[in-house]
Design a protein around this ligand. Structure first.
Ligand SMILES: [Zn+2]
Length: 73
């Protein structure tokens, strides 16, 4: 497999960082960038499906408990 390299400086080291200077969106975006010169080579939308599924599960459990309470009284 070929070694990934930065097109700007030739470094083979990369890092993922939260985009702090991205205008026009409120979404959490992660930049994949060269660890040496900072050239951005990709972007990821930071959506954690596991956390969202767990939130929906907790919302449903609260709703079920509220319904149980209402039917008891
Ligand atoms: Zn670079």
């Amino acid at each position: 497999m070929a070694q990934s390299k930065c097109a700007t400086c030739g470094s083979g080291r990369f890092e993922a960082v939260h985009a702090q200077n991205l205008e026009g969106t409120k979404r959490a975006i992660i930049f994949i960038q060269c660890a040496e010169c900072g050239a951005v080579i990709g972007a990821l939308d930071l959506v954690n499906v596991g956390i969202q599924v767990n939130q929906v599960k907790e919302d449903w459990l609260r709703l079920i408990e509220r319904l149980r309470t209402q039917f008891r009284s």
